[in-house]
Design a protein around this ligand. Structure first.
Ligand SMILES: [Zn+2]
Length: 59
């Protein structure tokens, strides 16, 4: 059975755990209307994604 050769140090453990910390989602601006949107997502306010209309918005 494979077992760790060395004990994980407190610093190494904490450094690893620090990468699991929650961070705020990265938000971009819509190229069409300028509203704040999550990346890789069609804009909910104007329905544009990658420069073309992909959602029908009934305003
Ligand atoms: Zn938009």
């Amino acid at each position: 059975m494979g077992v760790p050769k060395r004990k994980t140090s407190k610093m190494r453990l904490r450094t690893r755990k620090a990468s699991h910390r929650w961070h705020a989602p990265l938000l971009n601006k819509c190229a069409q209307c300028g509203s704040t949107i999550a990346s890789h997502t069609a804009c909910p306010s104007c329905g544009y994604y990658k420069g073309r209309q992909v959602l029908s918005i009934n305003a």
